[in-house]
Design a protein around this ligand. Structure first.
Ligand code: NAP
Length: 258
């Protein structure tokens, strides 16, 4: 899969899965814009891509803010005049029991994880239509299989699946394919933050329990998700739109612990 002469915009590309996707696009020849809330880390990630020989830049962006999204897409257009691949990866989880889930937190999770897909895709559409582009939305296995404490996150990620399907139907005739990826347990700062909330002993036991649940025998890496994303953006997926790809080492297939 080569992406020479294409432009990819990765939201949440400063860290974890998004950073892995940005790196994979760069390694496969694309020019990459990293749009992330964490400006310094985004700049550092873009620097690393440039050191590797790619064309890349970063822009501080809150994907829940329409004006910031517009500025990011305008910056891509100003620099490269085109956009071929939009990857909506920025996300937050904020797990907490329903009793503690205040309205502001609920609204923020929905805005960052779900509304952002509407904001970015709508704003990028003229460029994507011009290039016959693709959109990949990073949802989660939690769109399908969930856990206590994930009311807002599950609602947002399930909403992303619905939006992916609706966008695919509407944008297919305009030459734009839209798909979703559902990662399982991927080793990133989000995963680490959840472990950090436990005692070291509990975190080690939990990590091992989760690992053992995977038929493939390990948790995922950002590179696992990046490869699947590049596939969906590539010509090899030219007849695939409106679908979701579960990339989780088989963990969501289990009904019970071993
Ligand atoms: P991560 O390492 O925390 O990276 C997420 C990046 O998005 C961070 O740089 C974060 O910046 C940024 N971000 C947060 N809110 C933003 C906003 N409003 N606008 C722009 N950027 C924002 O997380 P990750 O684990 O790689 O997760 C990436 C995506 O995969 C998320 O959508 C997540 O829900 C999904 N996912 C992850 C897993 C997993 O196991 N890791 C599983 C399923 C799905 P800050 O650090 O400043 O917040």
């Amino acid at each position: 899969m080569r992406f020479d002469d294409t432009v990819a915009l990765i939201t949440g590309g400063a860290s974890g899965i998004g950073r892995g996707i940005a790196q994979a696009f760069a390694e496969h020849g694309a020019r990459v814009c990293i749009a992330d809330l964490d400006g310094p880390r985004a700049a550092e990630a873009a620097d690393a891509l440039r050191r590797g020989g790619a064309e890349a830049f970063a822009i501080t962006t809150d994907v829940a803010d329409a004006a910031a999204v517009a500025a990011a897409i305008d910056a891509v257009e100003a620099r490269w005049g085109a956009l071929h691949h939009l990857v909506n990866c920025a996300g937050i989880d904020r797990p907490m029991p329903l009793d503690d889930l205040d309205e502001a937190t609920y609204d923020r999770v929905i805005a960052v994880d779900q509304k952002s897909v509407y904001l970015t895709t709508r704003r990028a559409l003229p460029l994507l239509e011009c290039s016959g582009g693709t959109v990949v939305n990073v949802s989660s296995v939690m769109a399908w299989y969930t856990a206590p404490g994930y009311v807002a996150y599950t609602a947002a990620k399930a909403g992303v699946i619905g939006m992916t399907r609706a966008l695919a139907v509407e944008l297919g005739p305009r030459g734009v394919r839209v798909n979703a990826i559902c990662p399982g347990f991927i080793d990133t700062p989000i995963w680490q933050r959840n472990l950090d909330a436990m005692t070291p002993e509990a975190a080690a036991a939990f990590a091992e329990r989760v690992r053992a649940l995977h038929p493939i025998g390990r948790r995922g890496t950002p590179a696992d998700i990046a490869d699947a994303t590049l596939f969906l953006c590539s010509g090899a997926a030219r007849f695939i739109t409106g679908t979701h790809l579960i990339v989780d080492g088989g963990v969501s297939l289990r009904l019970t612990a071993p």
